[in-house]
Design a binder for this molecule. Structure first.
Ligand SMILES: *Cc1c(COP(=O)(O)O)cnc(C)c1O
Length: 422
């Protein structure tokens, strides 16, 4: 069969890949006796093989110790979230005091905005990107209304391209134009639809120079692209753990709060798990916040869910993140080149929504097949290609450096070639 990317070349690259060994640490779904080509790690990451043992350990400790597990479990439940902190801090580019595993993503955005969206008549607005993930938009509009402002005070920065997603330049220009009216900026660091990665450092600094408080939604960035939240001076950020972090459906999310906000008394939505650990169980009436991101914790840790995340972070702990970044860029670039070659060869019109340059993307590729409908996508799924479909005509595929292989890409090409030709 014709091929742009040959299976032998793919296998050679897999043999040379220093991260190839990590694939064996994950359960690859098997359909009809064959491993699928799993391209939806940006939606739900695969299960690490260590996950069930990690959860079973907590069930065992609960069974045998009851409430004493809070202190005497193999990993005591009382400080359980702390077992995730070092690994998350490394991935976020943060100090350990600046990150905490807690809650769920949208809820964490609200929790953070309670402290970091403080509008007034001169500065009522929130600035975000057009085509943000719907939950983020709902959250932002509800925040505006909660404070007595209107949906019109949400400044959505539109891009010039058809997909509507703005570039760095579009956002920087909007900051210049609207900066004095904006209280808070909140943008997805990697756009969920196109896979565009923003220059978070540059945008953060430009916005802060206008007196704007800056937050990032890192749902598609944590575990995907390099982050240096501390160094960039980001005020706050939140992420979920079930996408690139492989912590399982609905897994415990995370929050970053820059250390400059730890000792100041910000308004917040408080709960007992944010209270000074040494006096928490004196059950006093007055909230005494922990001087770290932990102060934003509302409730005690969901241990079973965090156990799954611990198992996943055990894998990340062994990974050279520079090699991880390089592999994600390489696989996704080869995929884009393969798609362009197929498009030219077969006369199949398609459009890449993901930027080509490395600085503006992670490992996701979004491609729009201009003359194809859902039947085309369903035919791919039948052949074991697990990607995702968004109307109109768009397929999103993520090449996860921990478990995607070059052979996956070569097999994908073969299936695409046959399906497009039929
Ligand atoms: C996946 C995703 C969410 C999901 O929110 P949950 O609160 O975890 O359900 C929100 N925002 C963005 C940008 C996402 O990519």
């Amino acid at each position: 069969m014709n091929a742009f990317f040959h299976i032998d070349q793919a296998r050679d690259l897999d043999r040379q890949d220093s991260l190839a060994k990590f694939r064996a640490l994950f359960h690859l779904p098997v359909w009809d006796g064959k491993e699928v080509i799993y391209l939806t790690g940006n939606s739900l990451g695969l299960q690490p093989k260590g996950t069930s043992a990690a959860i079973l350990q907590e069930l065992e400790d609960w069974k045998n110790l009851g409430v004493e597990g809070h202190f005497h479990a193999q990993r005591p439940w009382m400080p359980y979230h702390e077992f995730l902190t070092d690994s998350l801090a490394r991935l976020a580019g943060a100090k350990t005091s600046e990150v905490v595993a807690m809650g769920s993503l949208t809820a964490n955005l609200h929790t953070a905005l309670a402290s970091f969206y403080r509008p007034n008549a001169e500065r009522p607005a929130i600035l975000c990107e057009a085509k943000a993930f719907p939950s983020d938009r709902y959250a932002l509009v509800s925040q505006l209304e909660w404070h007595g402002y209107r949906e019109a005070d949400l400044i959505e920065v539109h891009g010039q391209s058809e997909d509507g997603v703005p570039t760095d330049e579009d956002i920087l220009e909007a900051i210049e134009r609207h900066g004095s009216r904006v209280a808070t900026l909140l943008i997805g660091g990697v756009n969920y639809f196109t896979g565009r990665l923003y220059d978070m450092e540059r945008i953060t600094r430009a916005a802060q120079a206008h007196g704007i408080v800056v937050g990032w939604d890192l749902a598609h960035a944590m575990g995907n692209v390099p982050l240096k939240l501390h160094e960039w001076g980001v005020d706050f950020a939140a992420w979920c753990s079930y996408k690139y972090l492989n912590a399982g459906p609905g897994g415990t999310a995370g929050l970053f709060v820059h250390e400059r906000h730890h000792e100041v008394s910000l308004p917040r939505l408080a709960g007992w798990w944010g209270h000074n650990k040494s006096s928490r169980f004196q059950m006093g009436p007055t909230f005494d916040p922990i001087p770290s991101a932990e102060a934003w914790q509302v409730s005690n840790a969901p241990v079973l869910s965090m156990a799954a995340q611990r198992a996943s972070l055990d894998v990340f702990d062994q990974v050279d993140m520079d090699a991880h970044r390089k592999k994600g860029l390489d696989l996704s670039l080869r995929c884009m080149e393969m798609l362009e070659a197929l498009s030219a060869e077969l006369g199949e019109p398609m459009e890449l929504l993901t930027p080509r340059n490395d600085a503006a993307r992670g490992c996701q590729v979004s491609v729009k097949f201009l003359q194809r409908d859902r039947h085309f996508f369903d035919a791919l799924v039948k052949q074991g290609v697990v990607a995702d479909w968004r109307e109109p005509g768009t397929i999103r595929m993520a090449f996860i450096p921990l478990y995607s292989s070059y052979e996956d890409l070569a097999r994908l090409e073969q299936i695409l070639r046959l399906t497009l030709a039929s």
